[in-house]
Design a protein around this ligand. Structure first.
Ligand code: PLP
Length: 409
């Protein structure tokens, strides 16, 4: 992450503008809610419809479905610069995080480092469970004003640290984690760096090799622009082959070309790399959607998507700040990914503790802006289908709301 494109910029922006017209939701509203779920493109919807029609008519072709699964796996691998066999298909992020957390060969007294206040609950409870089951220590560090405290995490790594688990971008306030120094520090000490990519994959350019990320879990309904109930786990070959999956089924076992129901006796070999984490039949519907949307993202390329999203997000953050709104993190800087949070970090989910922000949220929603409230703050989250007019619209609506309020006052 962190790469931006300069060359070819104009033509990429043209391609991006064209792609926007393939998202009916982007035309209908100012959609700034990818941090909850992304929009479906017309093509993704058409692919899903076709799958449903085939299924409804009893004409499903299982070999073709498996082929589609492998294509989806390969596309996701390409998106993050991994090898296809370093990718397992999962249900969601918790599934992927738990696969790694539960399969790691822990010894009592080992430790994992996390920063609970910046994580989603699903990157917290897996560690409490592992703590109980394997008698490990969970080292919980505080955040640094909403930023991932990378230096403190590195300082906290000791001889019993086996894993560090952080989000690439927090779900709130949505700042990006400086992964490169963390990855380098973990690699030096043979510590597994596991990341929750919920808020970055598909939006920010993510090269797991360059970032030295050992494992990454993500889901498909946000930046990948697919459905709930489907996700991916990347785990490097080196690390995956040091682990034995806690759950095992047919697709985690290497039986060569034997059919999907084949059983070949008690001696078995695990699939290479992360494929050992695959279990039984896949979420084919979710994979059809992800397969199509991954192609759309790959056709543009994540360096150009990141450049586009970060430019718009900076514009939005700085614009709201100029209007006097309490933009979390202040002026746009290197912490900006695709999320702007407005307010003070609190607890409210879908409603803020601050009545003024709640009123602004209602005003924006009434006028066709789709956003969320997380941790008490308004959360605007952008993707490839957003454009400058969306940012302008939010700023104009905010200005109008402010002037209405000042007239009342
Ligand atoms: C950072 C982060 N992690 C995890 C999740 C959700 O986890 P799961 O896919 O397991 O429901 C979300 C949001 O839904 C999130 O924003």
């Amino acid at each position: 992450m962190g790469k931006t494109t300069t060359g070819n910029h104009g033509s990429k922006e043209t391609e991006i503008a064209k792609l926007r017209t393939h998202f009916p939701g982007a035309e209908k509203s100012v959609y700034m809610n990818v941090a909850a779920r992304g929009l479906l493109s017309k093509e993704t919807r058409a692919a899903v419809d076709e799958y449903l029609d085939t299924h409804a008519l009893g004409a499903s072709d299982k070999p073709a479905m498996f082929k589609m699964i492998e294509q989806t796996r390969a596309r996701f691998a390409r998106l993050i610069n991994a090898a296809p066999d370093e990718v397992a298909l999962t249900k969601n992020i918790s599934d992927g995080l738990n696969m790694v957390a539960a399969s790691y060969p822990w010894k009592a007294g080992d430790n994992v480092i996390i920063v609970p206040e910046l994580e989603h609950a699903n990157n917290f409870y897996p560690w409490l469970n592992v703590r109980e089951r394997h008698k490990i220590e969970v080292k919980s560090l505080p955040g640094a004003d909403g930023h991932m405290p990378v230096d403190a995490i590195i300082d906290a790594i000791d001889s019993r640290t086996r894993m560090v688990s952080v989000s690439t971008v927090s779900f709130s306030p949505g700042f990006r984690t400086k992964l490169e120094p963390l990855g380098a520090a973990c690699r030096k000490r043979d510590v597994l760096l596991l990341v929750d990519g919920a808020q970055s994959v598909g939006i920010l350019d993510t090269d797991v090799k360059k970032l030295k990320v050992d494992a990454l879990a993500t889901s498909t309904q946000k930046g990948i622009l697919g459905f709930y109930g489907m996700g991916f786990l990347y785990c490097s070959k080196e690390w995956a082959e040091r682990m034995t999956p806690v759950y095992l089924a047919r697709f985690g076992v290497d039986l060569g070309d034997l059919n999907e129901a084949a059983m070949a006796g008690e001696k078995y070999r695990l699939m290479p790399a992360a494929k050992r984490f695959d279990l039984g039949n896949y979420n084919f519907l979710g994979a059809v959607a992800a397969n199509t949307s991954l192609k759309q993202l790959l056709d543009i390329g994540t360096p150009a998507i990141e450049a586009h999203v970060v430019r718009l997000t900076r514009r939005l953050a700085d614009g709201l700040l100029q209007l006097g709104l309490p933009v979390c993190g202040g002026p746009s800087g290197p912490h900006i990914a695709g999320i702007v949070s407005v307010g003070k970090i609190g607890k409210g989910h879908d409603a803020s503790e601050d009545p003024t922000l709640d009123a602004l949220y209602r005003h924006l929603s009434k006028n066709g802006v789709i956003l969320s409230i997380r941790r008490g703050m308004l959360r605007f989250a952008l993707h490839v289908y957003n454009n400058d007019a969306d940012v302008e619209r939010v700023l104009d609506l905010t200005r109008a709301w402010q002037s209405g309020r000042s007239k009342v006052a």
